[in-house]
Design a protein around this ligand. Structure first.
Ligand SMILES: Cc1cc2nc3c(=O)[nH]c(=O)nc-3n(C[C@H](O)[C@H](O)[C@H](O)COP(=O)(O)O)c2cc1C
Length: 306
């Protein structure tokens, strides 16, 4: 099967490991690319250029192709990230959540392929204006940050009707059934995060992985960004496992006091997940055991047999 991901990125399975700052680092990206998908690693707002280079070295082990996911809103405060990426020249760089125009222009000028996650039609206009190569239709079911504006399926259909760029679908795509569905709709593949969170190669403690496998319910909002004092634009909340801390503060984030922030900070150190966050999408309910990245990619590949 030939499609954009096969031609541009050499994928035998039309599946991109979404960038996930935290759990999705170079090791997971390398394992997904080796298994026939395309692995990306996520760059958090405070990651140094040096750390980006270290993850890239791991992602690219044995000539593995890889991509890097940058946060648009964090770029003006941390120019080392983009400088490192321009130097590394990954096969794909996504810039998402905020003003993508300047970083995308610099990447395009350097001849580097770009992607962006679109959560509403207004984001699509910005992506077209910036000249992004690959559009990711990212619905509200997805894990981590993004808009809560539209579900994946309506968004995907509207975007496919409005762009001549290749489109991937993201948010709540759990297995080969979801991949087959979005391919049938006209997407070039899927951009998947949560389904890889149970992987042995994802960077997390065993207690975090156990919690993700055990718990099914997620909630959306700004609670954990406010708790950490992060400058995420408010239209990009995060989807995470619900816990006691989320229940206590959702809807009244602006009243959060220093004692609550400190409690959250301590809980992260002690991995107390009644208070500390774990980002995950609605599909977390489908995680039932630890697997390797290769097993997950192989399961998605069954979409090609249908
Ligand atoms: C734990 C986690 C961390 C994430 N971190 C990032 C990130 O650093 N950059 C980014 O562009 N997207 C990030 N995302 C969003 C993913 O790129 C993607 O939109 C999402 O995982 C797709 O939905 P799914 O989780 O239902 O597969 C993250 C998602 C998760 C679950």
């Amino acid at each position: 099967m030939t499609n954009w991901l096969a031609e541009a990125l050499g994928c035998s399975v039309p599946l991109v490991l979404a960038p996930m700052a935290g759990p999705g680092r170079g090791r997971l990206a390398n394992a997904v690319s080796k298994a026939g998908g395309f692995g990306m690693f996520g760059v958090g707002n405070d990651m140094s250029g040096e750390a980006v280079r270290a993850e890239a070295a791991t992602a690219g082990t044995d000539g593995g192709r890889y991509g890097v996911g940058l946060l648009a809103w964090a770029q003006s405060g941390n120019p080392d990230q983009l400088d490192a990426v321009l130097d590394l020249r990954p096969d794909l760089v996504s810039v998402s959540f905020g003003d993508v125009s300047v970083p995308v222009r610099r990447l395009r000028d350097a001849g580097i392929r770009t992607a962006t996650q679109v959560g509403a039609l207004s984001d699509l206009d910005l992506a077209h204006d910036a000249g992004v190569d690959l559009i990711v239709a990212r619905g509200a079911e997805g894990g981590g940050h993004g808009r809560n504006a539209m579900g994946t399926l309506p968004l995907l259909q509207m975007i496919l009707d409005r762009t001549d760029r290749p489109v991937l679908a993201a948010g709540g795509i759990l297995n080969h059934r979801g991949l087959a569905a979005v391919l049938a709709a006209g997407a070039q593949g899927a951009w998947v995060g949560t389904a890889f969170l149970g992987c042995a190669e994802a960077e997390m403690s065993s207690s975090a992985r156990a919690r993700l496998i055990e718990q099914d319910e997620t909630g959306y909002g700004r609670v954990f960004d406010v708790a950490q004092g992060l400058a995420w634009p408010p239209e990009f909340g995060g989807r995470a496992l619900v816990n006691d801390f989320y229940d206590e503060w959702v809807g009244r984030e602006d009243d959060m006091d220093d004692a609550a922030r400190l409690r959250h900070q301590e809980a992260r150190k002690t991995t107390d997940f009644a208070v500390a966050h774990l980002y995950a999408g609605e599909g977390v309910a489908a995680l039932v055991r630890e697997q390797t990245a290769e097993q997950v990619v192989r399961e998605f590949a069954r979409a090609l047999d249908q």
